[in-house]
Design a protein around this ligand. Structure first.
Ligand code: 4AD
Length: 551
Protein backbone atom coordinates (compact mmCIF):
# COMPACT_ATOMS: atom_id res chain seq x y z
CA UNK A 1 0.00 0.00 0.00
CA UNK A 2 1.38 3.39 -1.04
CA UNK A 3 1.77 6.06 1.60
CA UNK A 4 0.96 8.83 -0.94
CA UNK A 5 -2.58 9.80 -1.86
CA UNK A 6 -3.16 12.13 -4.80
CA UNK A 7 -6.40 14.02 -5.37
CA UNK A 8 -7.47 14.51 -8.99
CA UNK A 9 -10.10 17.08 -9.93
CA UNK A 10 -10.62 17.74 -13.64
CA UNK A 11 -12.41 21.04 -12.88
CA UNK A 12 -10.18 22.82 -10.39
CA UNK A 13 -6.89 20.89 -10.66
CA UNK A 14 -3.76 21.57 -12.77
CA UNK A 15 -1.07 19.30 -14.18
CA UNK A 16 1.89 21.47 -13.31
CA UNK A 17 4.31 21.92 -10.45
CA UNK A 18 1.84 24.40 -8.98
CA UNK A 19 -0.25 21.44 -7.86
CA UNK A 20 0.88 19.09 -5.09
CA UNK A 21 -1.91 16.53 -5.45
CA UNK A 22 -3.33 17.45 -2.06
CA UNK A 23 -7.06 18.01 -1.59
CA UNK A 24 -6.54 21.76 -1.66
CA UNK A 25 -4.16 21.67 -4.69
CA UNK A 26 -5.31 18.71 -6.75
CA UNK A 27 -3.96 17.50 -10.12
CA UNK A 28 -6.18 17.70 -13.23
CA UNK A 29 -5.59 14.14 -14.53
CA UNK A 30 -4.85 10.75 -13.01
CA UNK A 31 -2.21 10.17 -15.70
CA UNK A 32 -0.23 13.17 -14.48
CA UNK A 33 -0.65 12.08 -10.84
CA UNK A 34 0.79 8.65 -11.66
CA UNK A 35 3.54 10.25 -13.71
CA UNK A 36 4.53 12.18 -10.59
CA UNK A 37 4.35 9.02 -8.44
CA UNK A 38 3.40 5.70 -10.08
CA UNK A 39 2.63 4.14 -6.70
CA UNK A 40 0.33 6.85 -5.41
CA UNK A 41 -3.23 6.12 -4.38
CA UNK A 42 -5.54 8.11 -6.64
CA UNK A 43 -8.83 9.69 -5.54
CA UNK A 44 -11.01 11.15 -8.28
CA UNK A 45 -13.52 13.96 -7.73
CA UNK A 46 -16.78 12.70 -9.19
CA UNK A 47 -20.57 12.61 -8.83
CA UNK A 48 -21.82 10.39 -6.08
CA UNK A 49 -24.60 9.24 -8.34
CA UNK A 50 -25.30 10.08 -11.99
CA UNK A 51 -27.02 13.46 -12.41
CA UNK A 52 -27.13 13.90 -8.66
CA UNK A 53 -25.00 17.00 -8.94
CA UNK A 54 -23.30 15.99 -5.71
CA UNK A 55 -19.53 15.36 -5.88
CA UNK A 56 -16.95 13.73 -3.64
CA UNK A 57 -13.47 12.18 -3.91
CA UNK A 58 -13.72 8.47 -4.66
CA UNK A 59 -11.12 5.79 -5.32
CA UNK A 60 -10.23 5.46 -9.02
CA UNK A 61 -11.92 2.61 -10.89
CA UNK A 62 -9.75 -0.26 -12.19
CA UNK A 63 -10.39 0.63 -15.84
CA UNK A 64 -9.64 4.30 -15.27
CA UNK A 65 -6.47 3.31 -13.39
CA UNK A 66 -5.31 1.18 -16.33
CA UNK A 67 -5.89 4.06 -18.72
CA UNK A 68 -4.15 6.46 -16.36
CA UNK A 69 -1.10 4.16 -16.10
CA UNK A 70 -0.80 4.18 -19.91
CA UNK A 71 -1.10 7.98 -19.95
CA UNK A 72 1.56 8.23 -17.22
CA UNK A 73 3.83 6.00 -19.29
CA UNK A 74 3.60 8.25 -22.36
CA UNK A 75 4.11 11.38 -20.21
CA UNK A 76 7.27 9.73 -18.85
CA UNK A 77 8.57 8.99 -22.37
CA UNK A 78 7.88 12.55 -23.47
CA UNK A 79 9.73 13.94 -20.47
CA UNK A 80 12.70 11.64 -21.09
CA UNK A 81 12.87 12.78 -24.70
CA UNK A 82 12.87 16.42 -23.68
CA UNK A 83 15.53 15.79 -21.08
CA UNK A 84 17.73 14.10 -23.70
CA UNK A 85 17.30 17.01 -26.09
CA UNK A 86 18.31 19.35 -23.32
CA UNK A 87 21.35 17.27 -22.49
CA UNK A 88 22.31 17.06 -26.18
CA UNK A 89 22.22 20.82 -26.37
CA UNK A 90 24.42 21.35 -23.35
CA UNK A 91 26.68 18.58 -24.64
CA UNK A 92 26.95 20.51 -27.86
CA UNK A 93 27.98 23.76 -26.18
CA UNK A 94 31.27 22.58 -24.72
CA UNK A 95 31.98 20.91 -28.07
CA UNK A 96 31.55 24.24 -29.89
CA UNK A 97 33.55 26.11 -27.32
CA UNK A 98 36.31 23.58 -27.57
CA UNK A 99 36.75 24.19 -31.30
CA UNK A 100 39.94 26.18 -31.32
CA UNK A 101 41.39 28.25 -34.16
CA UNK A 102 44.69 26.44 -33.70
CA UNK A 103 43.01 23.18 -34.69
CA UNK A 104 41.88 24.66 -38.02
CA UNK A 105 44.49 24.26 -40.75
CA UNK A 106 44.93 26.37 -43.82
CA UNK A 107 43.83 24.54 -46.97
CA UNK A 108 47.12 23.96 -48.80
CA UNK A 109 45.34 23.24 -52.08
CA UNK A 110 44.21 26.88 -52.37
CA UNK A 111 46.16 29.31 -54.57
CA UNK A 112 48.96 31.27 -52.85
CA UNK A 113 47.56 34.44 -51.17
CA UNK A 114 48.95 37.81 -52.26
CA UNK A 115 49.74 40.28 -49.47
CA UNK A 116 47.90 43.58 -50.03
CA UNK A 117 46.97 46.81 -48.22
CA UNK A 118 43.31 47.79 -48.17
CA UNK A 119 43.66 50.54 -50.78
CA UNK A 120 44.34 47.81 -53.34
CA UNK A 121 41.18 45.74 -52.96
CA UNK A 122 39.63 46.86 -56.26
CA UNK A 123 42.73 45.62 -58.14
CA UNK A 124 42.38 42.18 -56.61
CA UNK A 125 38.77 41.15 -57.14
CA UNK A 126 38.37 37.36 -57.36
CA UNK A 127 41.97 36.95 -56.11
CA UNK A 128 43.07 35.14 -52.96
CA UNK A 129 44.75 37.73 -50.75
CA UNK A 130 46.23 38.13 -47.29
CA UNK A 131 45.16 41.26 -45.40
CA UNK A 132 46.06 42.46 -41.93
CA UNK A 133 44.53 45.15 -39.77
CA UNK A 134 42.44 46.18 -36.81
CA UNK A 135 38.86 45.10 -36.21
CA UNK A 136 36.87 48.27 -36.81
CA UNK A 137 33.41 46.70 -36.63
CA UNK A 138 32.33 43.26 -35.58
CA UNK A 139 29.21 41.12 -35.68
CA UNK A 140 29.42 37.49 -34.58
CA UNK A 141 26.44 35.22 -35.09
CA UNK A 142 25.95 31.47 -34.95
CA UNK A 143 28.11 30.11 -37.74
CA UNK A 144 28.85 33.54 -39.28
CA UNK A 145 31.11 36.44 -38.34
CA UNK A 146 31.33 39.82 -40.06
CA UNK A 147 34.55 41.75 -39.51
CA UNK A 148 35.15 45.22 -40.92
CA UNK A 149 38.91 45.38 -41.13
CA UNK A 150 40.81 48.70 -41.03
CA UNK A 151 44.49 49.11 -41.86
CA UNK A 152 44.85 52.89 -42.25
CA UNK A 153 44.70 52.52 -46.04
CA UNK A 154 41.06 51.50 -46.18
CA UNK A 155 38.29 49.26 -44.91
CA UNK A 156 37.23 45.77 -45.97
CA UNK A 157 34.29 43.66 -44.88
CA UNK A 158 35.42 40.10 -44.20
CA UNK A 159 33.10 37.12 -43.73
CA UNK A 160 34.05 34.12 -41.63
CA UNK A 161 31.90 31.00 -42.00
CA UNK A 162 31.90 27.37 -40.82
CA UNK A 163 34.52 26.36 -38.27
CA UNK A 164 36.32 29.74 -38.56
CA UNK A 165 33.15 31.42 -37.29
CA UNK A 166 32.35 28.74 -34.70
CA UNK A 167 35.84 28.70 -33.16
CA UNK A 168 36.00 29.73 -29.50
CA UNK A 169 38.44 32.58 -30.34
CA UNK A 170 36.06 34.01 -32.95
CA UNK A 171 33.20 33.96 -30.47
CA UNK A 172 35.41 35.95 -28.09
CA UNK A 173 36.82 38.47 -30.61
CA UNK A 174 36.84 42.14 -29.66
CA UNK A 175 36.95 45.50 -31.43
CA UNK A 176 40.46 46.84 -32.20
CA UNK A 177 42.05 43.39 -32.04
CA UNK A 178 44.54 42.78 -34.84
CA UNK A 179 44.05 39.91 -37.27
CA UNK A 180 45.56 38.53 -40.46
CA UNK A 181 42.98 37.08 -42.81
CA UNK A 182 43.38 35.05 -45.98
CA UNK A 183 40.54 34.71 -48.44
CA UNK A 184 39.07 35.75 -51.76
CA UNK A 185 37.79 39.23 -52.56
CA UNK A 186 34.34 39.02 -54.13
CA UNK A 187 32.14 41.70 -55.67
CA UNK A 188 28.95 42.04 -53.67
CA UNK A 189 25.71 41.09 -55.38
CA UNK A 190 23.22 43.89 -56.20
CA UNK A 191 21.36 45.14 -53.16
CA UNK A 192 24.12 44.32 -50.64
CA UNK A 193 26.45 47.03 -49.44
CA UNK A 194 29.91 47.16 -47.87
CA UNK A 195 32.91 49.49 -48.26
CA UNK A 196 34.02 49.44 -51.91
CA UNK A 197 31.13 47.13 -52.89
CA UNK A 198 33.23 44.04 -52.08
CA UNK A 199 33.75 41.53 -49.31
CA UNK A 200 36.45 39.06 -48.42
CA UNK A 201 35.32 35.47 -48.07
CA UNK A 202 37.83 34.22 -45.53
CA UNK A 203 39.30 30.72 -45.69
CA UNK A 204 41.83 31.14 -42.89
CA UNK A 205 42.67 33.69 -40.24
CA UNK A 206 44.88 34.32 -37.25
CA UNK A 207 44.56 36.66 -34.29
CA UNK A 208 47.69 38.77 -33.77
CA UNK A 209 46.71 40.81 -30.71
CA UNK A 210 43.45 40.41 -28.83
CA UNK A 211 42.17 43.74 -27.45
CA UNK A 212 40.49 43.72 -24.03
CA UNK A 213 36.80 43.09 -23.54
CA UNK A 214 34.51 44.19 -20.72
CA UNK A 215 35.44 47.18 -18.64
CA UNK A 216 38.68 47.88 -20.55
CA UNK A 217 37.13 47.46 -23.98
CA UNK A 218 37.90 50.07 -26.63
CA UNK A 219 34.36 51.46 -26.71
CA UNK A 220 34.49 51.93 -22.94
CA UNK A 221 37.70 53.94 -23.22
CA UNK A 222 36.46 56.41 -25.81
CA UNK A 223 32.78 57.05 -25.82
CA UNK A 224 31.14 59.23 -28.45
CA UNK A 225 30.13 62.59 -27.04
CA UNK A 226 32.48 62.24 -24.06
CA UNK A 227 34.05 65.34 -22.55
CA UNK A 228 36.62 66.73 -25.07
CA UNK A 229 39.37 66.73 -22.46
CA UNK A 230 38.78 63.02 -21.73
CA UNK A 231 38.95 62.34 -25.46
CA UNK A 232 42.19 64.34 -25.67
CA UNK A 233 43.66 62.20 -22.87
CA UNK A 234 42.90 59.24 -25.13
CA UNK A 235 44.05 60.98 -28.32
CA UNK A 236 46.15 57.94 -29.26
CA UNK A 237 42.91 55.94 -29.43
CA UNK A 238 40.57 58.66 -30.79
CA UNK A 239 42.93 59.01 -33.76
CA UNK A 240 41.60 55.60 -34.83
CA UNK A 241 38.14 57.11 -35.39
CA UNK A 242 36.92 57.73 -38.93
CA UNK A 243 36.63 61.53 -38.64
CA UNK A 244 39.95 62.32 -37.01
CA UNK A 245 41.84 59.92 -39.25
CA UNK A 246 40.13 61.46 -42.30
CA UNK A 247 41.35 64.94 -41.26
CA UNK A 248 44.89 63.60 -40.77
CA UNK A 249 44.84 62.06 -44.24
CA UNK A 250 43.65 65.35 -45.77
CA UNK A 251 46.42 67.08 -43.80
CA UNK A 252 49.05 64.82 -45.30
CA UNK A 253 47.73 65.34 -48.84
CA UNK A 254 47.53 69.09 -48.21
CA UNK A 255 51.20 69.23 -47.16
CA UNK A 256 52.18 67.24 -50.25
CA UNK A 257 50.07 69.49 -52.49
CA UNK A 258 51.50 72.75 -51.14
CA UNK A 259 55.04 71.42 -51.59
CA UNK A 260 54.14 70.55 -55.18
CA UNK A 261 52.88 74.11 -55.80
CA UNK A 262 56.03 75.58 -54.25
CA UNK A 263 58.10 73.47 -56.59
CA UNK A 264 56.02 74.63 -59.57
CA UNK A 265 56.41 78.24 -58.43
CA UNK A 266 60.18 77.81 -58.06
CA UNK A 267 60.62 78.02 -54.27
CA UNK A 268 63.16 75.89 -52.43
CA UNK A 269 62.42 74.15 -49.12
CA UNK A 270 64.70 74.86 -46.15
CA UNK A 271 64.61 73.80 -42.51
CA UNK A 272 65.29 76.68 -40.10
CA UNK A 273 66.03 76.06 -36.40
CA UNK A 274 63.35 75.70 -33.73
CA UNK A 275 65.58 76.85 -30.86
CA UNK A 276 66.34 80.56 -31.25
CA UNK A 277 67.37 83.70 -29.34
CA UNK A 278 65.25 86.24 -31.22
CA UNK A 279 61.56 87.05 -31.38
CA UNK A 280 59.42 87.83 -34.41
CA UNK A 281 55.85 88.30 -33.26
CA UNK A 282 56.05 89.92 -29.83
CA UNK A 283 57.56 88.92 -26.48
CA UNK A 284 54.25 88.05 -24.83
CA UNK A 285 53.86 84.76 -26.71
CA UNK A 286 57.48 83.55 -26.41
CA UNK A 287 58.17 80.17 -24.83
CA UNK A 288 61.39 80.68 -22.91
CA UNK A 289 63.88 77.90 -22.29
CA UNK A 290 67.20 77.44 -20.58
CA UNK A 291 69.76 76.75 -23.28
CA UNK A 292 72.94 75.60 -21.53
CA UNK A 293 72.55 78.51 -19.12
CA UNK A 294 71.53 81.08 -21.75
CA UNK A 295 68.02 82.34 -22.38
CA UNK A 296 66.56 80.95 -25.59
CA UNK A 297 63.08 80.52 -27.08
CA UNK A 298 61.07 78.10 -29.14
CA UNK A 299 60.60 79.76 -32.52
CA UNK A 300 57.48 81.85 -33.14
CA UNK A 301 58.18 82.13 -36.86
CA UNK A 302 61.02 81.22 -39.20
CA UNK A 303 60.59 84.42 -41.17
CA UNK A 304 63.87 86.09 -40.23
CA UNK A 305 65.85 82.94 -41.08
CA UNK A 306 64.06 82.60 -44.42
CA UNK A 307 65.02 86.19 -45.24
CA UNK A 308 68.69 85.25 -44.79
CA UNK A 309 68.36 82.52 -47.44
CA UNK A 310 67.25 84.80 -50.30
CA UNK A 311 70.74 85.83 -51.49
CA UNK A 312 71.99 82.24 -51.69
CA UNK A 313 68.95 80.08 -52.45
CA UNK A 314 66.43 82.34 -54.15
CA UNK A 315 62.82 82.27 -53.01
CA UNK A 316 62.41 79.82 -50.14
CA UNK A 317 59.79 78.23 -47.94
CA UNK A 318 59.63 76.02 -44.88
CA UNK A 319 57.16 73.74 -43.15
CA UNK A 320 58.15 74.11 -39.53
CA UNK A 321 56.55 74.00 -36.11
CA UNK A 322 56.01 77.44 -34.53
CA UNK A 323 55.33 77.95 -30.84
CA UNK A 324 53.12 80.57 -29.24
CA UNK A 325 52.53 80.89 -25.52
CA UNK A 326 48.95 82.00 -26.19
CA UNK A 327 47.06 82.48 -22.96
CA UNK A 328 43.80 82.68 -24.91
CA UNK A 329 41.61 79.59 -25.03
CA UNK A 330 40.16 80.16 -28.49
CA UNK A 331 39.18 77.61 -31.07
CA UNK A 332 41.84 78.85 -33.50
CA UNK A 333 44.90 79.11 -31.26
CA UNK A 334 47.41 76.37 -30.54
CA UNK A 335 50.62 76.58 -28.52
CA UNK A 336 52.39 74.60 -31.24
CA UNK A 337 51.30 74.65 -34.87
CA UNK A 338 52.69 73.74 -38.26
CA UNK A 339 53.69 77.00 -39.86
CA UNK A 340 54.16 77.14 -43.62
CA UNK A 341 56.23 80.23 -44.37
CA UNK A 342 57.74 81.64 -47.53
CA UNK A 343 59.96 84.55 -48.45
CA UNK A 344 60.34 86.00 -51.95
CA UNK A 345 62.83 88.59 -53.26
CA UNK A 346 62.57 91.38 -55.84
CA UNK A 347 58.81 91.59 -55.96
CA UNK A 348 56.08 94.16 -55.35
CA UNK A 349 53.30 94.02 -52.78
CA UNK A 350 50.83 93.29 -55.56
CA UNK A 351 52.97 90.40 -56.81
CA UNK A 352 53.10 89.03 -53.27
CA UNK A 353 49.29 89.12 -53.03
CA UNK A 354 49.00 87.36 -56.40
CA UNK A 355 51.46 84.71 -55.27
CA UNK A 356 49.51 84.07 -52.04
CA UNK A 357 46.15 83.62 -53.75
CA UNK A 358 47.68 81.41 -56.46
CA UNK A 359 49.34 79.24 -53.81
CA UNK A 360 46.10 78.78 -51.88
CA UNK A 361 43.81 78.15 -54.85
CA UNK A 362 46.25 75.79 -56.63
CA UNK A 363 46.90 73.81 -53.46
CA UNK A 364 43.19 73.45 -52.73
CA UNK A 365 42.62 72.32 -56.32
CA UNK A 366 45.26 69.58 -55.98
CA UNK A 367 43.82 68.43 -52.64
CA UNK A 368 40.28 68.24 -54.06
CA UNK A 369 41.55 66.29 -57.09
CA UNK A 370 43.45 63.82 -54.92
CA UNK A 371 41.84 60.34 -54.98
CA UNK A 372 42.21 59.96 -51.18
CA UNK A 373 41.60 63.51 -49.92
CA UNK A 374 38.90 64.51 -52.44
CA UNK A 375 36.27 61.99 -51.23
CA UNK A 376 37.23 62.62 -47.59
CA UNK A 377 36.59 66.37 -47.98
CA UNK A 378 33.22 65.57 -49.56
CA UNK A 379 32.46 63.49 -46.50
CA UNK A 380 33.73 66.05 -43.95
CA UNK A 381 32.58 69.21 -45.72
CA UNK A 382 29.91 68.37 -48.29
CA UNK A 383 29.21 72.01 -49.15
CA UNK A 384 32.84 72.99 -49.71
CA UNK A 385 33.33 75.32 -52.70
CA UNK A 386 36.92 75.84 -53.90
CA UNK A 387 37.72 79.58 -53.79
CA UNK A 388 37.58 81.47 -57.08
CA UNK A 389 40.39 83.76 -58.22
CA UNK A 390 40.96 86.63 -57.73
CA UNK A 391 40.24 86.86 -53.97
CA UNK A 392 38.46 90.00 -52.87
CA UNK A 393 40.96 92.66 -51.69
CA UNK A 394 39.83 94.95 -48.91
CA UNK A 395 41.82 97.71 -47.25
CA UNK A 396 41.83 97.89 -43.46
CA UNK A 397 40.23 101.36 -43.65
CA UNK A 398 37.38 100.01 -45.77
CA UNK A 399 36.95 97.08 -43.42
CA UNK A 400 36.38 99.60 -40.60
CA UNK A 401 33.69 101.27 -42.77
CA UNK A 402 32.10 97.89 -43.47
CA UNK A 403 32.07 97.01 -39.74
CA UNK A 404 30.61 100.37 -38.77
CA UNK A 405 27.95 100.19 -41.51
CA UNK A 406 26.94 96.76 -40.22
CA UNK A 407 26.70 97.94 -36.60
CA UNK A 408 29.60 95.72 -35.48
CA UNK A 409 31.38 97.41 -32.55
CA UNK A 410 35.02 97.20 -31.42
CA UNK A 411 36.14 95.46 -28.21
CA UNK A 412 35.31 98.60 -26.19
CA UNK A 413 31.74 98.49 -27.52
CA UNK A 414 32.32 101.57 -29.72
CA UNK A 415 32.34 102.11 -33.49
CA UNK A 416 35.70 101.28 -35.08
CA UNK A 417 38.22 104.07 -35.59
CA UNK A 418 41.60 104.13 -37.35
CA UNK A 419 44.23 102.27 -35.31
CA UNK A 420 41.80 99.79 -33.72
CA UNK A 421 42.71 96.14 -33.91
CA UNK A 422 39.96 94.11 -35.58
CA UNK A 423 39.55 91.32 -33.04
CA UNK A 424 38.85 87.70 -33.92
CA UNK A 425 35.08 87.84 -33.34
CA UNK A 426 34.49 90.98 -35.40
CA UNK A 427 36.79 89.76 -38.17
CA UNK A 428 34.85 86.50 -38.36
CA UNK A 429 31.48 88.25 -38.46
CA UNK A 430 32.70 90.17 -41.47
CA UNK A 431 34.17 87.28 -43.42
CA UNK A 432 31.28 84.96 -42.55
CA UNK A 433 28.83 87.56 -43.86
CA UNK A 434 30.80 88.16 -47.06
CA UNK A 435 31.31 84.36 -47.18
CA UNK A 436 34.29 84.47 -49.54
CA UNK A 437 38.07 84.60 -48.99
CA UNK A 438 39.27 88.15 -48.33
CA UNK A 439 42.75 89.60 -48.63
CA UNK A 440 42.60 92.25 -45.90
CA UNK A 441 45.44 94.68 -46.63
CA UNK A 442 47.24 97.84 -45.47
CA UNK A 443 47.07 97.64 -41.68
CA UNK A 444 48.38 100.53 -39.53
CA UNK A 445 52.03 100.06 -38.50
CA UNK A 446 51.31 100.31 -34.77
CA UNK A 447 49.08 97.21 -34.69
CA UNK A 448 51.49 95.13 -36.79
CA UNK A 449 55.02 93.73 -36.34
CA UNK A 450 58.24 95.78 -36.32
CA UNK A 451 59.50 94.62 -39.73
CA UNK A 452 56.65 95.71 -42.02
CA UNK A 453 57.25 98.02 -44.99
CA UNK A 454 55.33 101.32 -44.88
CA UNK A 455 53.10 102.17 -47.85
CA UNK A 456 54.63 104.89 -50.00
CA UNK A 457 51.31 106.64 -50.58
CA UNK A 458 50.29 106.57 -46.89
CA UNK A 459 53.03 105.93 -44.31
CA UNK A 460 50.40 105.42 -41.56
CA UNK A 461 49.73 101.99 -43.06
CA UNK A 462 51.93 99.06 -44.10
CA UNK A 463 52.17 96.70 -47.06
CA UNK A 464 50.61 93.95 -44.98
CA UNK A 465 47.98 91.29 -45.59
CA UNK A 466 45.81 88.88 -43.64
CA UNK A 467 43.99 86.19 -45.62
CA UNK A 468 40.56 85.63 -44.08
CA UNK A 469 38.40 82.55 -44.72
CA UNK A 470 34.76 82.02 -43.78
CA UNK A 471 34.20 80.15 -40.46
CA UNK A 472 37.88 80.35 -39.48
CA UNK A 473 39.03 83.93 -39.97
CA UNK A 474 42.72 84.60 -40.50
CA UNK A 475 44.65 81.72 -42.05
CA UNK A 476 47.64 83.68 -43.36
CA UNK A 477 49.53 86.77 -42.28
CA UNK A 478 52.19 88.39 -44.41
CA UNK A 479 53.80 91.59 -45.57
CA UNK A 480 56.53 93.29 -47.53
CA UNK A 481 59.56 93.76 -45.26
CA UNK A 482 61.14 97.13 -44.61
CA UNK A 483 64.43 96.84 -46.45
CA UNK A 484 65.96 100.15 -45.51
CA UNK A 485 68.29 99.65 -42.52
CA UNK A 486 67.34 102.91 -40.76
CA UNK A 487 63.65 102.34 -41.20
CA UNK A 488 64.03 98.80 -39.83
CA UNK A 489 66.03 100.05 -36.83
CA UNK A 490 63.23 102.54 -36.22
CA UNK A 491 60.82 99.60 -36.18
CA UNK A 492 62.95 97.86 -33.51
CA UNK A 493 62.96 101.04 -31.45
CA UNK A 494 59.22 101.69 -31.65
CA UNK A 495 58.52 98.08 -30.60
CA UNK A 496 61.08 98.26 -27.76
CA UNK A 497 63.30 95.48 -29.15
CA UNK A 498 67.10 95.52 -28.67
CA UNK A 499 68.56 95.09 -32.22
CA UNK A 500 71.88 93.57 -31.02
CA UNK A 501 70.92 89.87 -31.15
CA UNK A 502 69.50 90.53 -34.64
CA UNK A 503 72.88 91.42 -36.24
CA UNK A 504 72.62 88.47 -38.65
CA UNK A 505 69.17 89.63 -39.76
CA UNK A 506 70.18 93.28 -40.05
CA UNK A 507 73.14 92.25 -42.23
CA UNK A 508 70.60 91.45 -44.97
CA UNK A 509 69.98 95.22 -45.22
CA UNK A 510 73.72 95.93 -45.30
CA UNK A 511 75.11 93.30 -47.69
CA UNK A 512 72.80 93.90 -50.65
CA UNK A 513 69.31 94.87 -49.61
CA UNK A 514 66.25 94.23 -51.77
CA UNK A 515 62.50 94.70 -51.70
CA UNK A 516 61.10 91.39 -50.51
CA UNK A 517 58.10 89.95 -48.79
CA UNK A 518 56.66 86.83 -47.32
CA UNK A 519 53.94 85.29 -45.22
CA UNK A 520 53.05 82.54 -42.80
CA UNK A 521 50.15 80.15 -43.26
CA UNK A 522 48.66 78.21 -40.34
CA UNK A 523 48.26 74.60 -41.47
CA UNK A 524 45.64 73.77 -38.84
CA UNK A 525 43.63 76.91 -39.68
CA UNK A 526 43.45 76.20 -43.41
CA UNK A 527 42.53 72.59 -42.61
CA UNK A 528 39.76 73.70 -40.24
CA UNK A 529 38.34 75.68 -43.15
CA UNK A 530 38.82 72.90 -45.71
CA UNK A 531 37.51 70.08 -43.50
CA UNK A 532 34.85 72.17 -41.74
CA UNK A 533 36.19 71.52 -38.23
CA UNK A 534 34.99 73.70 -35.38
CA UNK A 535 38.47 74.05 -33.90
CA UNK A 536 42.09 73.88 -35.06
CA UNK A 537 42.59 71.30 -32.30
CA UNK A 538 40.83 68.77 -34.53
CA UNK A 539 43.42 69.39 -37.26
CA UNK A 540 46.55 68.69 -35.21
CA UNK A 541 47.80 65.16 -34.45
CA UNK A 542 48.44 65.81 -30.75
CA UNK A 543 47.24 69.38 -30.12
CA UNK A 544 49.05 71.56 -27.60
CA UNK A 545 47.26 74.51 -26.04
CA UNK A 546 47.03 76.19 -22.65
CA UNK A 547 47.00 73.41 -20.08
CA UNK A 548 47.64 70.54 -22.48
CA UNK A 549 51.02 69.11 -23.38
CA UNK A 550 50.11 65.39 -23.31
CA UNK A 551 49.96 62.67 -24.49
O1 4AD B 1 50.24 86.29 -38.32
P1 4AD B 1 51.40 85.53 -37.79
O2 4AD B 1 51.73 85.67 -36.37
O3 4AD B 1 52.60 85.90 -38.73
C1 4AD B 1 53.90 85.52 -38.55
O4 4AD B 1 54.32 84.77 -37.70
C2 4AD B 1 54.78 85.99 -39.64
N1 4AD B 1 56.11 86.15 -39.10
C3 4AD B 1 54.77 84.99 -40.74
C4 4AD B 1 55.61 85.40 -41.89
O5 4AD B 1 55.39 86.44 -42.48
N2 4AD B 1 56.58 84.55 -42.26
O6 4AD B 1 51.16 84.00 -38.07
C5 4AD B 1 50.94 83.54 -39.37
C6 4AD B 1 49.83 82.52 -39.39
C7 4AD B 1 48.48 83.08 -38.97
O7 4AD B 1 47.82 83.68 -40.05
C8 4AD B 1 47.77 81.85 -38.51
O8 4AD B 1 47.23 81.14 -39.60
C9 4AD B 1 48.87 81.03 -37.91
O9 4AD B 1 50.09 81.50 -38.45
N3 4AD B 1 48.91 81.18 -36.47
C10 4AD B 1 48.44 80.25 -35.60
N4 4AD B 1 47.83 79.07 -35.79
C11 4AD B 1 47.47 78.36 -34.69
N5 4AD B 1 47.70 78.78 -33.43
C12 4AD B 1 48.31 79.97 -33.19
N6 4AD B 1 48.55 80.34 -31.95
C13 4AD B 1 48.70 80.75 -34.30
N7 4AD B 1 49.30 81.94 -34.44
C14 4AD B 1 49.43 82.18 -35.74
Amino acid sequence: MSSTTFYVNDKSGVDTSEATGSESHPFATASYALFVNPDAKILIYKEIEEKSDKFEYQEISASALKKAKKGAESLKKKAEKQQKLKEDKTDDLPKLAELSLSSINEDSSLPKAKKIKLNKIQDNIDQRVIVSGWIHRLRVQKGLAFITLRDGYGFLQCILTGDLAKAKETQELTLESTVTIKGTILKLPEGKSAPGGVELKADYYEIIGLAPSGEDSFTNKIQEGADPSLLLDQRHLTLRGETLSAVMKVRSVFLGAIRKVYQEEGLLEVTPPCMVQTQVEGGSTLFKMDYYGEEAYLTQSSQLYLETCLPSLGDVYCVQESFRAEKSHTRRHLSEYTHIEAELAFLTFDELLNHIETLISKTIKYVIEDPVAGPLIKQLNPNFQPPQLPFQRMEYIHALDWLNEHGILNDEGEPFKFGDDIAEAQERKMVDTINKPILLIRFPGEIKSFYMQKCKDDPRVTESVDVLMPNVGEITGGSMRSYDLDELLQGFKSHGIDPKPYYWFLDQRIYGTTPHGGYGLGTERILAWLCDRFTVRDCSLYPRFTGRCKP
